[in-house]
Design a protein around this ligand. Structure first.
Ligand SMILES: O=C(O)COP(=O)(O)O
Ligand SMILES: [Mg+2]
Length: 243
């Protein structure tokens, strides 16, 4: 069975681990936060497995790892403030755009799709990062982990986006690297596209059973070049309905 973006009018993208490899800068901010307190400092690989539920949970996981027990409320709050300051200082120093990200967004935008960014990252970081990578113009709406009352894997941000643009959820897709994206997508009745290279707490994204398992972002647009399948994975796009 072969699913595509055909018939879709709105595509929601995750950010961290999907469009950008942001863990190197997140790890530095986490490391500085713990180091400032004289605590053990984790490796970047540890941080990679802690990303996904938003920045407060990332800091809590790091503190729990370093302290061997959950942090007090005060320590958590203070550490979170420190983390935000460190990350705000350098959110783009080591972060890289994944191959094909800008091209894919450009092709989908050109095809007339509504593009939405739905990340669990705090909202304040979205604009500086998108501007840095010259991606701001592609998105009709951006939502962070603290933009609404609940974040992914809750379907709320996805349903909000669908309703905001008046698009039925069966005409919406969610593209992401983690079980939170796929879970939110399924709960919102979006078609889900899973990417294998990001951050998913060390689990393969196939365990989350996305509707479509992609190899890379390029797979989303490969059918526009004429070939409709790429080995085991699936390809996408015809928003014109003529594919
Ligand atoms: O900030 C996180 O925990 C993850 O962010 P994401 O939703 O863009 O992957
Ligand atoms: Mg992600």
């Amino acid at each position: 069975m072969h699913l595509t973006l055909k018939g879709k009018r709105l595509v929601a993208f995750d950010l961290d681990g999907t469009l950008i490899d942001s863990v190197p800068d997140l790890a530095v901010a986490v490391q500085k936060t713990l180091d400032d307190q004289g605590l053990a400092v984790p490796q970047e690989a540890d941080v990679r497995d802690w990303v996904g539920n938003g920045a407060p949970v990332l800091v809590e996981r790091a503190l729990t790892w370093a302290l061997n027990e959950p942090p007090s409320e005060e320590r958590q709050a203070e550490s979170y403030r420190e983390f935000l300051a460190h990350y705000a200082h350098a959110p783009n120093r080591l972060t890289r755009l994944y191959p094909g990200a800008a091209e894919t967004l450009s092709v989908l935008k050109e095809a007339g799709l509504t593009l939405v960014l739905i990340t669990n990252k705090p909202e304040d970081f979205i604009a500086p990062i998108l501007e840095h990578f010259d991606l701001s113009g592609y998105f009709d709406l951006t939502l962070g982990g603290d933009s609404l009352a609940r974040k992914k894997p809750d379907p709320l941000p996805l349903l909000h986006a669908a309703e905001y643009f008046g698009v039925p959820t069966c005409e919406c897709a969610m593209v992401g690297d983690s079980r939170h994206d796929i879970g939110a997508g399924k709960a919102a009745a979006f078609t889900t596209f899973g990417l294998p290279y990001g951050y998913n707490h060390g689990e393969p994204i196939s365990d989350s059973h996305p509707d479509v398992l992609l190899d890379t972002l390029d797979d989303l647009i490969s059918s526009t070049t004429g070939s409709s399948t790429t080995g085991s994975s699936t390809t996408v796009l015809s928003t014109t309905g003529t594919a």
